[in-house]
Design a protein around this ligand. Sequence first.
Ligand code: HAM
Length: 425
Amino acid sequence: MTFQSLPGFRDFYPAEFTARHHLVSAWRETSRRYGFEEYDGPPLEPLELYVEKSGDEIVEQLYNFVDKGGRAVALRPEMTPTLARMVGARARSLPKPIRWFSVPQLFRYERTQRGRLREHFQWNVDVVGEADISADAEVLAVALDSLAALGLNSADVVARVNDRRLLERLLTTTVGVTPERLGAAYAAIDKLGREGADRTRERLVESSGLDRGGADLVLDLLALGLDDLSTEYGAHELVGPEIERLWHYFGLLSDLGWAEHVTFDPTIVRGLAYYTGTVFEIFDRAGELRAICGGGRYDNLLAAVSDIELPAVGFGMGDVVLGELLRDRSLLPTSAPGPDYFVVTITAEERPLMRRVARSLRARGHSVSYALRQVGVGKQFKEANNRGARRVIVLGPDEVARGVAVERLMTTGEERQVPLTELES
Ligand code: HAM
């Protein structure tokens, strides 16, 4: 009998693990440069945490079951509710604003396709306890900086940015969508990029209480740039301040060095229910892949899962789409770095010395490998090569008798003699 991994679940052989480690290292390092602290929570949570808070789309994709104690539980499909629950529980004692990050493995029962699996690792970066738009700019800068660290710049990726408050004002005051129908309108708009204008018009008519004329008006609004909106609605007492806020946001991002990376896109609303303010998604410029990253402001979620009210903003960046983009550009390592040293022995006599040399080099922090049993020198060199060793130390009877070893630099073949006292000390 043979077994395979489940559909949408991955095995990480060392080559794939190396690629994953490369991403996660860049995420951690970027988090550190921006002063974020790492946290984690449980992979299994009460089902209730996601129902209603995350929205229908994610709830349909839950891996949920009743445990042996009769509790309704779910594997975490996203990290944000866990973060909100954890911060809520200790909000009074935590210094604010909280700047936290995490790299959880998440589970969603999705239809598997390019860029969509049933598990993925997702870097989450969130600021909790700061309502000022500078927090929104800071988290987007973190996301873009990590991509730059991985070799992707403004020619490769673009952050499409919007604000639900602007959309809400436009939809309610200029089109006449009622507040109760806003969620349905967002859900229809969210799918515009994937489903096209005709289907979106139908959805708006079916779910948002609009007639065709109203739906067309929405589609027209969604085609406007921020300049156009300023011209048309800049003086509107309810819409104007929202446009102003977005200009300020772009100004902050420009100061932080990301002007080239960001663009206004009124069709970005995000699929999750809890967003209340700025929202953004990062895409590959070529538009071949799904979103690499998505996030935004969610000022009411803390109150929904705890008795604390705190504003929050953050994002999630998955390893799957990003991995594909980096692989397409040959920006992913395909094998783990080899050992610093591989020790070769000409005869079995040198093996005790080989172990002492390995012990001493390892104690000094170097990575060292050697053949686990005495085989021919050719085979040992072959293993050194296969493992990608940077240097080979050859211990032969003549050299050892003279108190030296030969060290070969594998890239150039250059050799030098090294005193054994130096290797063993
Ligand atoms: P999300 O848009 O559902 O947001 O996911 C964020 C990113 O995770 C996506 O852009 C995508 O790259 C990746 N992702 C999501 N689902 C899958 C999947 N099935 N397979 C592969 N990759 C996937 C959230 O989850 C929010 N909780 C993010 C957030 C944090 N908002 C505020 N703070």
